[in-house]
Design a binder for this molecule. Structure first.
Ligand SMILES: C[S@@+](CC[C@H](N)C(=O)[O-])C[C@H]1O[C@@H](n2cnc3c(N)ncnc32)[C@H](O)[C@@H]1O
Length: 285
């Protein structure tokens, strides 16, 4: 048994512990929707009072977090089937373990996060030649700081799982615009909470399991596509990414939420944006 690793993250940086805690809980279910041995190992090894600080890991929430991760895994696999040597830029990656679930042996992987969570990631997860870490506060840094440091020559997928809700709406739109500008032909996938959930968090309401999530200034409802489109003219396609069908009643309700009257307009959404290719790329095709 490896020695425990002390962890002291707070505020928004702590939320990466909340997601890995739930993925680990789901992974231990006998009929799990997402096997995640790295998450299970991390939660066992980190010296952090998960339950006291984050509340009990409720099984419905754990499955929802795992299904979200599964949807992102699917988007990465689709990208890699078209761009096996491409670059995946995982914004706000925390202790997400997608890399080990989808690695094709060729992908270049860039993790971007605040300095402290990224330093923890370096200590507790293996890092190979094709993985890079770029510490950056996405809410403050000029956009180009991390963007200029990635290889864009073989295709780019930007993922932002569980991140954009913590940014201010103007910042989110600037980030999307900067990605559209810098990664022509690229794709970006992110998830959002509803405007109602965002307002509840701003008002200090507690999240699932009693955990007080940090404020989430940005929420989006299903009618938010028009605002996204306005972020940059190079956005050529906006698509909802369905949640894979899960286990039991909860797993089915989560996947069918977009068709259920009570949930349709008040649910998390996963969205993928495609950016227009540079003129020279289009001419080559
Ligand atoms: C809810 S966690 C999600 C972690 C991981 N993507 C997952 O799904 O397990 C949010 C992550 O975003 C990071 N984050 C929040 N605000 C950030 C910012 N301004 N700049 C960079 N990273 C940020 C946090 O440190 C944390 O790792």
């Amino acid at each position: 048994m490896e020695s425990p690793i002390p962890v002291d993250l707070t505020g928004v940086a702590e939320t990466g512990l909340w997601t890995v805690y739930h993925r680990a809980a789901e992974a231990t279910h006998h009929d799990t929707v997402l096997p995640d041995p790295q998450a299970v190992r991390l939660v066992a090894q980190l010296d952090f009072p998960f339950r006291e600080r984050l509340g009990p890991a409720r099984s419905g929430v754990a499955q929802a977090i795992a299904l979200r991760a599964l949807a992102f895994d699917g988007a990465v696999r689709t990208f890699l089937s078209a761009h096996p040597d491409g670059t995946v830029i995982a914004l706000g990656e925390g202790l997400e373990t997608t890399f080990w679930r989808v690695d094709n042996g060729r992908v270049q992987w860039v993790s971007v996060d605040l300095a402290e969570p990224l330093e923890l990631r370096t200590r507790v997860l293996p890092q190979g030649r094709r993985q890079r870490h770029i510490p950056c506060d996405i809410s403050r840094d000029p956009d180009s700081r991390w963007m200029e440091r990635v290889d864009t020559s073989r295709g780019v997928l930007v993922t932002a799982q569980g991140l954009l809700m913590y940014l201010h709406p103007t910042r989110v739109h600037k980030l999307i615009a900067a990605c559209a500008e810098t990664f022509p032909g690229g794709t970006m996938i992110f998830d959002t909470v509803s405007r109602r959930f965002s307002a509840r968090c701003r008002a200090g309401g507690k999240g699932p399991g009693g955990y007080r999530l940090p404020p989430m200034p940005w929420g989006m409802d299903p009618d938010g596509h028009q605002t996204l489109q306005a972020a940059h003219p190079a956005i050529t396609a906006i698509r909802d990414v369905p949640l894979p069908v899960g286990r039991g009643i909860t797993g089915h309700v989560l996947s069918w939420a977009s068709a259920l009257p009570l949930l349709r307009n008040n649910r998390p959404i996963i969205t993928s944006l495609h950016f227009r290719a540079a003129p020279s790329d289009s001419a080559r095709r």
